[in-house]
Design a protein around this ligand. Structure first.
Ligand code: 5GP
Length: 123
């Protein structure tokens, strides 16, 4: 198995974006969707995804428009403040490809908080 190089239109987040699978939505705008992770690893565990079809953070940075990139990170800031993550602190993670342990091949940023988190990288 290797890091995929083409976007799979049937990945689970693409299905969520098309409304084929429900999600617990936290935030939505023209470019970005944020919802709760189905298997939370912290009291607050959100996933922020662009609406465009991007495989991972590298693909997003390379191919997304300035509006999409700007919109995505403005949304991250707004969500972090609205969800009370900003003041107490939180962790944002973009697992990427095979070594990064990425399971869903649509770029997503994990926002984890609500408690003091442990070591960044497990064994
Ligand atoms: P990755 O390992 O790709 O960085 O993270 C994928 C995340 O998506 C995991 O934390 C997993 O719990 C979450 N996830 C997988 N399937 C679903 C789903 O159908 N709905 C939601 N809300 N989260 C999902």
């Amino acid at each position: 198995m290797s890091t995929p190089s083409t976007y799979d239109e049937n990945n689970i987040f693409a299905k969520i974006l098309r409304g084929e699978i429900p999600c617990d939505k936290i935030y939505e705008d023209e470019f970005t969707l944020c919802f709760k992770d189905i298997t939370p690893k912290a009291p607050t565990h959100l996933l922020v995804i662009p609406k465009g079809a991007y495989l991972n953070i590298v693909d997003f940075g390379k191919r997304a428009s300035k509006e999409e990139i700007d919109g995505f990170f403005k949304a991250v800031s707004q969500i972090a403040e609205e969800q009370n993550l900003s003041q107490s602190g939180f962790r944002s993670i973009a697992n990427t490809g095979l070594n990064g342990g990425q399971e869903v091949p649509h770029f997503h940023l994990h926002l984890l908080g609500g408690k003091k988190l442990g070591a960044l990288v497990g064994q």
